[in-house]
Every structure is written in C-alpha cells, then in structure tokens.
Design a protein around this ligand. Structure first.
Ligand SMILES: [Zn+2]
Ligand SMILES: [Zn+2]
Length: 326
C-alpha cells in the first residue's frame, strides 16, 4: 500500500508569491555557504539529497490524498490537489476514479470542477459519501453561477455511492470503512485495509475525543494501524483559541500514536497562514514532545517490534509513503 499526497493545505489554497520564492532562494544560498558548496554541480547534488531540508516547500493545494494498492487507486477528498491528479492520470489511460468524501467544506470540494475527467465523455468518477445530502451539496457547485457549467452540461459521468458508517466497502482485497471525526457539520474519516497493511485518514478532525472510552466505536480505527494521516492545522499553543474550529495539533496525534502503537503518523491540513518555518517548527515540537512522553510507552513499543516508537512526518504536496517499504 502506498499513499500519495496531492494536497496538504487546509481551509484555503496557499500560493508561493514572489517574496516567498525569494525567501526560499536566500535560505538555500545561506545553507550552501554554510555547507561550503562552491559549484552548481555540488549544489544540485545537495538539493537532490535533501541536504537543505526536505521539503523546500510544503506546497499549497488543499486536501486530496490518494491510497494505492497494486493497480487500484482511491482518493480521499477533492480539494485543489485533485486537479493535478487528473492531469497525471488522464494520459495514462485511466478512465474510472474513486473518491471518498470526508465532508462538504469548500477546501475538500474545490478541485472537482477542475478535474478534467468529469468533463470528458467515457470517464466515470464515483464519489463515496456518508453524509446523506452530499450529492445535493456537490451539485450546488455546478449551478451555472458559481461555475460556468451546469451539472447537466458535464460531459463525464459522476456517480454517488452512499456509504454506511462503520460498514466496509470491498474493492478486491481492499476494504474501506468510514468512521466518525469531530468536526463542525460532521466529518468522516476512512480506514483502508489491504494485504496486512492499513492507513486511516483522520482529516478534518478536532479530536475532542481522544481517550479509549471517548472514542468508543471509533477506537478500533486507530488500532493495529500502520499509518495515520492526522489533522494538525494548529500549533498546540493555538488550540485553545481555536476551540470548535474542527482541527487539531501534532502533539495530540503523538499521544494517540504512542498509546495505540500507530507506526507512522503524518501531519497534514496545514494552516494557510503557516509558512515553511512554522511547519518545520511544529514537527520539531512534536518530536520533542514524543521524546519526553516515550519512556512511559517504551515497553509496549518494544513488544510491537518498533522500539523507537512512532515515526513522525509532516506531509507535503507530492509526498509518497510506501508502507510496503517503510
Ligand atoms: Zn478542511
Ligand atoms: Zn472542514
């Protein structure tokens, strides 16, 4: 199983403006000087090796994550990252797409009108959802006013598939099961299981419930899990002032990962106000927090065969995680 991130920004796409590019270039030049790099060739090698830090930019597309198993591909959410996925797959001859929708906030829908397969006869896009009114709210985007085309003018086929909470759908040996996230208006995560590997997408979620008792029916979705994709929009110090906004912080994810032995946790749904430095700082804070908390969980991680505890990562647009070759 592999996971590819097409969009990792939350709430609103975030572009790199001229000043941001200058800042990146200046940062690279300063790092080159510090590392004693004198030629373009060694600069390129250092860049490719990630010697200046990875990534250089986290990207700015909103939520769109792809889960791949063998030749099968599944998307979760259709934020602006979906546009690029369409351009990537159309030349490869892919004619059918499966998209699981967590909820109907704009940042999770805005990519659909620009996903070219929906406009071309012969292509089918299946949208799986738990919210009963999802088809109505997806169609609203194509009213001829907010987007020039109406639903009837779309050339491809869009089908909706109503899912039942906690009930898996099977696609060959892949099963996909929705669970509940804490988010205004309701949001549903999806857990993918295939060939002994698993990945859960917990975005958008505030994680007001974190204890085993509070999570209740949702607890099993975090257990025996290889990868959790976690809503980490805010720094821990910001959380209190953003109560009920529906998003969480890396440290809360670390608590969950430590307790439930989640092998890798990936932070995503980055705040559009968070620059590269802040995202790097948040990962560092989470790593320090984990190091401090780890001794209490050491034995269970040793028993789980990963004696150093969970791997922590911050997602960026185009990051690929291969669970079969961790
Ligand atoms: Zn969102
Ligand atoms: Zn949301």
């Amino acid at each position: 199983m592999k996971v590819k991130f097409w969009g990792t920004r939350g709430s609103l796409p975030q572009t790199l403006n001229n000043g941001d590019v200058h800042a990146i270039v200046n940062e690279l030049l300063a790092a080159s000087e510090q590392q004693g790099i004198r030629t373009l060739r060694t600069f390129k090698i250092a860049l490719e090796q990630g010697d200046f830090g990875v990534p250089i930019s986290y990207g700015g597309n909103t939520s769109c994550t792809e889960v791949l198993h063998g030749t099968q591909s599944f998307f979760v959410d259709m934020g602006s990252g979906l546009r690029e996925a369409g351009s990537f797959y159309m030349p490869k001859g892919v004619k059918e797409f499966h998209i699981f929708l967590t909820h109907m906030h704009w940042d999770h829908l805005i990519g659909l009108p620009f996903f070219i397969p929906i406009h071309v006869p012969g292509y089918t896009v299946k949208i799986y959802h738990v919210h009963r009114n999802a088809p109505e709210y997806v169609r609203i985007k194509f009213n001829g006013v907010n987007f020039p085309l109406t639903w009837e003018q779309i050339g491809g086929k869009i089908e909706f598939v109503q899912m039942k909470l906690y009930e898996p759908l099977k696609f060959g040996d892949v099963s996909v099961t929705p669970f509940v996230l804490d988010h205004p208006g309701g949001s549903f995560g999806y857990r993918f299981d295939a060939a002994g590997k698993s990945c859960a997408i917990g975005v958008d979620g505030e994680y007001k419930r974190t204890t085993a008792t509070e999570l209740a029916k949702d607890l099993p979705f975090y257990q025996n899990l290889d990868l959790l994709i976690f809503d980490a929009q805010y720094e821990i110090a910001e959380l209190a002032s953003r109560f009920d906004w529906g998003h969480c912080s890396p440290n809360i994810g670390v608590d969950l990962a430590l307790r439930e032995c989640i092998k890798t946790i990936v932070f995503t749904h980055h705040d559009p106000w968070a620059n590269t430095a802040k995202l790097r700082r948040m990962l560092k804070q989470a790593s320090t927090y984990m190091t401090n908390q780890f001794p209490a969980f050491k034995d269970r991680w040793a028993a789980a065969g990963q004696p150093n505890g969970p791997k922590l990562l911050t997602a960026w647009d185009s990051l690929i995680i291969d669970l079969d070759n961790p």
